[in-house]
Each structure stands twice: as structure tokens, then as C-alpha cells.
Design a protein around this ligand. Sequence first.
Ligand code: SF4
Length: 327
Amino acid sequence: MINFNYVKPSTQKAVTDTLGKDATAQIIAGGTNLVDLMKRGVTAPEKLVDITGLPLKNIEQQKGFVRIGTLALNSEVAESELILKKFPLLAKALNAGASPQLRNMATVGGNMMQRTRCSYFYDTAMPCNKRKAGTGCGALKGYNRMHAIFGTTENCIAVHPSDMCIALVALDAIVVISGKAERRIPFADFHRLAGTNPDKDNTLQRGEMITAIEIPDNDALAKNTVYLKVRDRASYAFALISVAAALDVKDGNIAAVRLAMGGVAHKPWRLTAAENFLKGKVPSTENFKQAAAIAMKDAKGFGHNNFKLKLAPNTIIQALTTVSTQA
Ligand code: SF4
């Protein structure tokens, strides 16, 4: 680990000013991913900007939405009575991630900013375009069992590792970002596909920080929900495939449905076409199979991860079956 400076500003403006002035500065809060990356030499910020002194921890009902501060701990969100009542899908996804110890340290903003767990990214002896542009992608023809099947390029086939973010994209959350000005963007637009510059995980600009997440009220999404995570171990393992599903059935037909998948792409993967197909239809196995087939259009395996081409639709069907039997 290289030497670095440490500052702990007492205002949001001081944080964003520092980030704007110093290209090598990085925010630290729980540090559950960043410290690992620094120890392994994957990243070497010259300045760490500790934001844990800022008042950005609240989880509160506001008019038409619930606002969660960027510093709310993953465990606090998962255990919040408000979240359990209004967005159980989010609590389920959070509890499927990491371990209790990590959830007690990791923040909402940090969860969003965590880097891929691609093993080539963490091994500084291996080529990796995300770690060092232009060096190639070790996973493309290497061991790629955990890697993406959607939205890939030959530059990078990594997946975003978060569970929480899969629920948030399904819930149409909004990301509140502050910098020179405050801006709000749909959660689906926060993370990005690798494209030609996989070093960039998201659309945050220099001098900006996440301050909160806002989830619009929607009672229909609180009734029947599941976060189905298929992984190598029963706990403390990243998703091979995960599906966040919420379903509302009225008069025998699907009135509202949300679907998103994890472990499949460089960003949380919303299944909009499958949702559109299901709306107004009867919640039947046949319709769930067709929705899964629609969701899998354009999926592509890279060898070791070809099993995901079968596991993903089966997980979608299982998740939809689970929520429909709750309805
Ligand atoms: Fe690096 Fe992405 Fe390739 Fe992994 S998949 S080696 S993160 S470029």
C-alpha cells in the first residue's frame, strides 16, 4: 500500500471541492471494498476523503418517496421498519449480500460504488482493461465462470457485484448526486456498460458524490416480492445469477411487475421487455417461460459461464413462480 493523505471534511461542499481539485482523491466511508483494493495495489488514491462525519445517514419518509442517506449502513436499511414495510424487496436483497459483519460496515453509497470482483482485476500481474486501460481482458479467453452474459464487449465482460443495486433498479430508485449543483438521475442510468472504457463503472463525474437514494412510493411493489440468489455457497458468496421480482395481481391478471437480474452484466440488469410482456397477462408458468425467453434475447456466454444461459431463465421462472404463489 502506498502512502496517502487523509482528510475528514465537515461539510458536503468541502468534500466535493476536494474531489474536484484532486483527481486522485477518493471517498472512504465503510472501506469494505476500497481498503482491499488499496492493499492489493489495484488502486492507489493519494488522498482519502472520509465522509463519515456528514449527516447523511437518515432513512425517512418524504412526500411521495423514501429517502435513504448515502451513509446509511446496509444493515440499518435492511432492518429499518420503514423499508421492511414499504420495500421488502430491498431488505431481502441486502440480507442476501456479504456477511452480517460487512453489512454493519458497508454504506449504501459504498455498495453502489464497489468494484467488480473479477479475479483478473484484483491480480495486478494479469491484463485487465478496467484496472489499466489498453492491457487487454484476461477473462475474455480466461476463466470466466462468474462473468457477464449481457451487454459485453471484448474490452470487459465483468459483472457488477451488488445485490442491493438489483433491488434498487427494480424499484425505479433515483440517485441524488451533489457536486457543483445537485442532480437526480434514474438508478438505471447510474451504472454503465463497459463499452470502450471499462475503467469507468458509473456516470459520476469528478467533483461529485452520491448523497442519497430516493425510492418512489408504490404499494403494489410491497405485496409479493422475492430476491432469489443462486450462488456457490449459502452465504457470503457473490451471485452466479440473482433475480429481484415484485408482482401485483388484480382480478387474476398481472397489474404490476418488476424484474431485474444480477450476476449477468456490468450494471444492474432490468428486464423491461419481459415486464412489458407480462403486464395484463395471467400469472401462469407458460407466460413466465415466455417472459424468461424474452429476457434472454441477446445473451451470450464466453465458455465457462455458458451455464448461465440456462440458469438465468430458470431463475427468472422460479422467482416469478414464487411471487405468484404469494399473490
Ligand atoms: Fe478486467 Fe473486465 Fe476483463 Fe475482468 S472482465 S479482466 S475486470 S477487463
